[in-house]
Design a protein around this ligand. Structure first.
Ligand SMILES: [Zn+2]
Length: 315
């Protein structure tokens, strides 16, 4: 049997991680390098000379005298946790295929369940914002899917009450190997909603394959070539090669959420989808993932609890 290259690729082992980011000092230095790769620059006036006020752990600009902490203006702003806890948490979230539940994160880091949940949501928010600016292009398999709702009784699948609709898209090579994917919650499967989603998330000129659901011609409105394959639905449609990867990925997502998180509340679904896609889309670069994540985290605006709550309501 052929070796699964993803399964056997070299990641960043825990001892390797700890040798680079194991102490508070190492994490501070790493974040400083990420945030100011060309040396400190005052966020207010751009001046590069500063002194370090050790008592308050801030950098004071020589010119305008304003004070900046290492974490202010980043995802780590106002955190009560040490950066080494944050870095280890990010390691645990990014390196495992199916992620880690906030409860497991709390146990592994020795922090409270609430602190772990906040860490998880902030981390997911960084991933979500990163994923949102990366549109898909090329050959794309698309399907409609649903999360949550009643598992027994009631209507199943399309149109079922209490379920959260999301669109699943997987780009493949011309030969049909998966490259990248994007899962987004949408308000419903209408032609307009699909057109709006595609304009934001798909480069025009892409070739979309979907089933015959009435809303999917909305892709043409976004400048894509759309091919619909009428499947008749049901289990048989899963085996159609044109949908193989999108169906596999939807299955993997649902298994991961069932296995790792058991259930997730409706308002958090968009971030969990983004986390799943973020990891998949960077699966060939496991070793670099921490550093790349930190680079973005140092440039992602702070998200106090209030804003996280707001973001939950807005989607
Ligand atoms: Zn200044």
């Amino acid at each position: 049997m052929a070796k699964n290259m993803i399964q056997f690729q070299k990641g960043l082992s825990l001892p390797e991680f700890l040798s680079i980011y194991g102490t508070e000092v190492q994490c501070h230095q790493a974040l400083f390098r990420m945030r100011w790769p060309n040396g400190f620059s005052c966020p207010y006036c751009g001046h590069t000379m500063y002194c370090e006020l050790r008592t308050r752990k801030v950098f004071q600009c020589y010119k305008c005298r304003s004070q900046t902490s290492l974490t202010s203006g980043t995802i780590f702003a106002d955190t009560k946790l040490g950066l080494s806890s944050w870095f280890l948490g990010i390691y645990l979230i990014t390196q495992s295929k199916d992620g880690i539940s906030s409860l497991n994160l709390a146990r592994s880091l020795g922090i409270s369940a609430n602190a772990a949940l906040r860490m998880k949501h902030k981390t997911q928010q960084v991933m979500k914002e990163r994923e949102e600016i990366k549109p898909l292009a090329g050959y794309i398999q698309v399907d409609d899917s649903y999360m949550g709702g009643k598992s027994r009784g009631g209507k199943r699948g399309r149109g079922a009450s209490g379920k959260t609709p999301f669109i699943a898209a997987v780009t493949t090579t011309e030969e049909g190997h998966p490259l990248a994917m994007k899962f987004n919650v949408i308000s419903g499967f209408t032609k307009q909603e699909i057109a709006d989603w595609a304009k934001k998330h798909i480069i025009s000129g892409s070739v979309i394959t979907s089933d015959g659901l009435g809303c999917f011609p909305g892709f043409e409105e976004a400048g894509c070539t759309h091919m619909s394959i009428v499947t008749g639905g049901g289990a048989a449609s899963v085996d159609i090669p044109d949908f193989k990867w999108v169906n596999t990925m939807i299955g993997n997502l649902k298994n991961a959420i069932r296995g790792t998180h058991h259930s997730i509340s409706r308002k958090h679904i968009p971030r969990y989808l983004a986390e799943f896609c973020y990891r998949f889309n960077r699966r060939f670069r496991l070793g670099e993932m921490i550093e790349r994540f930190l680079w973005v985290a140092a440039r992602t605006v702070p998200m106090p609890q209030r804003l996280l709550k707001l973001a939950e309501i807005q989607w």
